[in-house]
Design a protein around this ligand. Structure first.
Ligand code: HEM
Length: 490
């Protein structure tokens, strides 16, 4: 019986696969796709990509050029790996190429309310982006949040002072600080504690990590959308379960606040209002608020904390850069002073050049077919920009693998989306709206850690030999999390 079933399934599926292969091949010859490595029948290049896509895809780019195409099952992926190809996509063809390719793990009933994973830049995306820009990230909003940032920073310092001489996972500590900075802007409350570790599955931090991982799991439904409905590996189901548990951490806060506003039980001064108040004033539903909060945590916490972890690791390895930074930062802790610290800002740029938090940006999608540098990008193709490879390209950067903040001193090169050599926040209409807030947090946390402590590696490990291997995910993590011992400055 089982044999008969298997053979019928085989007979049913084979023609469908063959249809897609012929369709791919036919389109390839007709439309002049960007070049790329030949793939296997049916699965295309899936197996060639392996566990470190950054390295393999960068190697393909060296062989086939700065604009390549790869077939992942029936999906076409176009990867740009040079400033010129990135600018063609993010500037010259930004309007047509600014959809998002949303992973199937995030296809749920509330998906139309996403911002980061909004596939179509529709009305909800526009409203939410405008609200974020004006109410969260405008100079006025950031100024209003400065007391809150100081408070969260003071809590972090207090925690670290209590842990002196102990081994601390610094990424975990900064993750907590960033989580609570964002949760206070959103809900006016802390949502996580320092003692809860990333790894524990029942805590909010652990669940957020799982959600981040689910977005990058190899999923048959993403490679063969024909099978989406079946969710063969159960990834979408599991992610939904996890997301619902995440939402439960703030749903009571939202319901209580909605009731207070409806009953006019509290009158809140304009400057005291949280982002939740703004969403409620704009008539956002429970699902809309859940989707928005989830994405702000996903987009804002791990990006900032992993960048800080990389910056500390690079400074530990590069004593000269560390001494210069210590010299510049002496007695400077106020936000207004830090934005003028040229060496600090050069260290941040240099960290983001070598270790961009989102190494391929967030996958884009072509709304329509378009011509880029004489190649066709077909409608619905996924588009990656390999920011990691651009940051390490010897044709773009002198001595690209060395950490040399000096390269940015006296240079106008910036990460604001105009210079395509350095685009860790992306560019164009999908560029990161959280940049001003992210940069402030990076400046504040790095400066405070430098001004208050001496950092030592456990077991007298030699910092110059620090392991800098990367682990690929949505965000670029250190494979071995950075463990530090904090000591008083002499
Ligand atoms: C070091 C810190 C950060 C880095 C490196 C970073 C990087 C990025 C990148 C590369 C993108 C995709 C851009 C594109 O597709 O062109 C992005 C999008 C986004 N980021 Fe950030 N980000 C950071 C901090 C933050 C923070 C703190 C927030 C908010 C709390 C945030 C919110 C967002 C949102 C909402 C989007 C989606 C925009 C859209 O699709 O329209 N980011 N970020």
């Amino acid at each position: 019986m089982e044999n008969i079933l298997a053979s019928s399934l085989f007979l049913l599926i084979t023609p469908i696969f063959l249809f897609f292969i012929f369709k791919q091949r036919f389109q390839s010859s007709k439309n002049q796709l960007p070049p790329g490595p030949p793939g296997w029948p049916i699965i295309g290049n899936i197996l060639q990509i392996g566990s470190n896509p950054l390295v393999t895809i960068s190697m393909f780019a060296q062989e086939y050029g700065p604009l390549i195409s790869l077939h992942l099952g029936t999906q076409l992926l176009v990867v740009a790996s040079s400033p010129k190809t990135a600018s063609e996509i993010l500037k010259n063809h930004d309007r047509i190429l600014s959809g998002r390719a949303r992973p199937d793990a995030f296809e749920h009933s509330f998906s139309p309310f996403y911002l980061v994973w909004s596939t179509d830049c529709g009305d909800h995306w526009k409203t939410l982006r405008t609200l974020c820009r004006t109410e969260m990230f405008s100079p006025k909003a950031l100024e209003a949040q400065s007391r809150l940032r100081d408070e969260k920073l003071a809590q972090m310092m207090c925690f670290l002072h209590g842990k002196k001489q102990e081994v601390v996972n610094i990424g975990d500590v900064v993750f907590t600080t960033m989580f609570n900075m964002i949760s206070n802007v959103l809900f006016g409350k802390d949502l996580v504690g320092y003692e809860e570790k990333h790894g524990t599955s029942d805590g909010l931090k652990g669940k957020l990590f799982r959600a981040l991982k689910d977005g990058t799991k190899a999923n048959i439904s993403d490679f063969f959308p024909l099978f989406k409905r079946l969710d063969l590996q159960g990834i979408r189901r599991e992610n939904l379960h996890n997301l619902r548990e995440i939402f439960s951490f703030w749903e009571d806060i939202v319901a209580e606040r909605r009731a207070q506003i409806q009953d006019m039980a509290v009158a809140v001064a304009e400057e005291e209002k949280t982002f939740l108040d703004r969403l409620l004033e704009n008539g956002f539903s429970k699902d809309q608020i859940n989707a928005c909060a989830l994405e702000l945590f996903i987009a804002g916490v791990d990006t900032t904390s992993s960048t800080i972890e990389w910056a500390i690791a690079e400074l530990l390895k590069n004593k000269e850069a560390m001494s210069k930074l210590q010299e510049e930062l002496k007695y400077k802790t106020a936000e207004s002073q830090l934005s003028n610290c040229s060496y600090l800002n050069a260290c941040i740029k240099e960290t983001l050049r070598l270790h961009p938090a989102v190494p391929f940006l967030i996958p884009r999608r072509a709304f329509e077919a378009c011509e880029v540098m004489n190649y066709t990008i077909p409608q619905n193709a996924q588009i990656f920009i390999n920011v990691w490879a651009i940051g390490r390209n010897p044709e773009v950067w002198d001595d690209p693998l060395s950490f040399k903040p000096e390269r940015f001193i006296g240079s106008n090169l910036d990460f604001k989306g105009q210079d395509f050599e350095l685009i860790p926040f992306g560019a164009g209409r999908r560029m990161c709206p959280g940049l001003p807030s992210g940069i402030k947090s990076l400046q504040l946390i790095i400066a405070s850690l430098i001004n208050e402590f001496r950092w030592v590696l456990p077991d007298d490990e030699d910092p110059s030999k620090l392991d800098m291997k990367e682990k690929f995910g949505v965000t670029l993590q250190k494979e071995k999390p950075l463990q530090l011992v904090f000591e008083d400055l002499e």
